[in-house]
Write a protein that binds this ligand. Structure first.
Ligand SMILES: [Mg+2]
Length: 169
């Protein structure tokens, strides 16, 4: 049986969101610090899940920077599993082989998560300490992980989901 896949967003999920930053500027993305709790969580579960990055980029330069950034801070992600897609695009359209029922999307942005769910996948909202102010996702009752839990608990929550899949054959 193939491993379940995790698709993960970068901005605000694996990389710190800088509200005052100019994200169209050259060098912006390379300057971002990782959200250590998240990158560590993914490293911890990378033997169980197949980890993919799924992120928007505004330009070829931004794409290049994102790929460099991932190789620096998330070396456990294979380069052919880094999917950098046009800004604002429907992320689910770029999933190799299409979205499967057990595919998780970890993202800080609710519309992307709802679109993922509509495509048949399983959304997991990441609360990074800045987002979630409108409570829209919470009301939907979807799965979530919170930065404040730390990487051990976040990894445990993800592993529980993998366990569920294994038991529902
Ligand atoms: Mg994001």
């Amino acid at each position: 049986m193939s491993r379940p896949r995790i698709f993960v967003d970068l901005d605000g999920t694996c990389a710190e969101w800088v509200p005052e930053g100019n994200w169209r500027e050259k060098g912006y993305f390379l300057s971002l610090t990782p959200v250590r709790e998240m990158t560590e969580t993914l490293r911890l579960v990378s033997d169980i899940f197949e980890i993919h990055v799924l992120s928007w980029a505004v330009s070829p330069t931004a794409e290049k920077e994102k790929r460099l950034w991932v190789s620096e801070y998330m070396p456990f992600v294979k380069t052919d599993r880094v999917h950098i897609v046009p800004y604002g695009a429907s992320k689910q359209k770029y999933v190799p082989g299409g979205v499967k029922q057990e595919d998780l999307l970890i993202d800080d942005y609710t519309p992307a998560l709802f679109a993922w769910k509509a495509a048949g996948g399983r959304p997991v909202k990441f609360y990074n300490g800045l987002n979630g102010t409108q409570g829209r996702y919470r009301k939907s009752g979807g799965d979530m992980i919170c930065r404040q839990w730390g990487s051990i608990r976040m990894a445990e929550e993800l592993l529980k989901k993998e366990h569920n899949f294994s038991c529902t054959v």
